[in-house]
Design a binder for this molecule. Structure first.
Ligand code: DC
Length: 223
């Protein structure tokens, strides 16, 4: 199989829309690889915090992104051999990831790394610009959304389940700020790709959303 014929399912959408769960399970069901592109921005943010990198220094941040000592070991994400799977999920890291993701040099530095995940028999790629920039020829593109309230509720439940205290009011305002940044940045803003199927999961369970994506994939392959 030549590289460009390896199938990709691109799933984009805002933060806490549930696309991580959906993308991951769809990959499992199809036996495809999975790319959590947000994790790469989060890893860059975590490295910057730990190293005390000047957050105004785009060049230094891009260098960090380009040389991330990252290793995906099943569900674990290792940074220089340390399991940082939990650390990169912190709200502070997510917020900084959204800020540095607006920097063109950082996006460019992560470009080749993301293309490298396209391996046989296929890839499910999850992010903001999978269908618009990284895999524009993906045979199936999905834009997965949910209302701000539904997303804040989900994030709240995730945090409380982990024993982390949270305030709905703060979560809602953080989500809105991140949506605003992700959708209105100059480079690779979060917008539905041309030809993307829209999937609003506000009133859906994760399982229903997974079945819908698998149906679209089956329909596409039946053509
Ligand atoms: O999906 P996530 O919440 O883990 O992503 C964290 C941040 O990274 C998000 O706010 C914006 C950025 N991001 C991006 O700009 N492009 C992607 N393909 C994935 C994430």
């Amino acid at each position: 199989m030549s590289h460009s014929t390896i199938p990709v399912i691109a799933i984009d959408g805002p933060t806490a829309s549930g696309k991580g769960t959906v993308a991951h399970k769809v990959a499992d069901r199809l036996g495809f690889h999975y790319l959590d592109s947000g994790a790469l921005y989060r890893l860059t943010a975590l490295s910057a915090i730990r190293r005390g990198t000047d957050l105004a220094d785009e060049h230094a941040l891009a260098k960090l992104a380009e040389h991330l000592p990252v290793h995906f070991a099943g569900p674990a994400i290792l940074l220089a051999n340390e399991d940082v799977s939990a650390a990169i999920r912190a709200e502070q890291v997510g917020n900084l990831a959204s800020k540095i993701a607006a920097l063109p040099a950082v996006r460019q530095a992560l470009f080749a790394l993301q293309l490298g995940f396209r391996k046989a028999p296929g890839l499910v790629a999850d992010g903001r610009d999978m269908g618009t920039v990284i895999f524009p020829h993906a045979p199936l593109k999905i834009f997965l959304t949910a209302s701000t309230e539904a997303r804040a509720q989900r994030r709240y439940k995730q945090l409380i389940d982990k024993g982390i205290s949270a305030s709905m009011k703060d979560l809602l305002s953080d989500l809105k700020a991140r949506d605003d940044r992700d959708m209105h940045r100059a480079v690779a803003p979060l917008v539905p790709a041309e030809g993307a199927h829209l999937l609003d999961t506000s009133n859906m369970t994760a399982d229903q959303a997974i079945e819908e994506v698998l149906d679209w994939w089956a329909q596409r392959n039946a053509k």
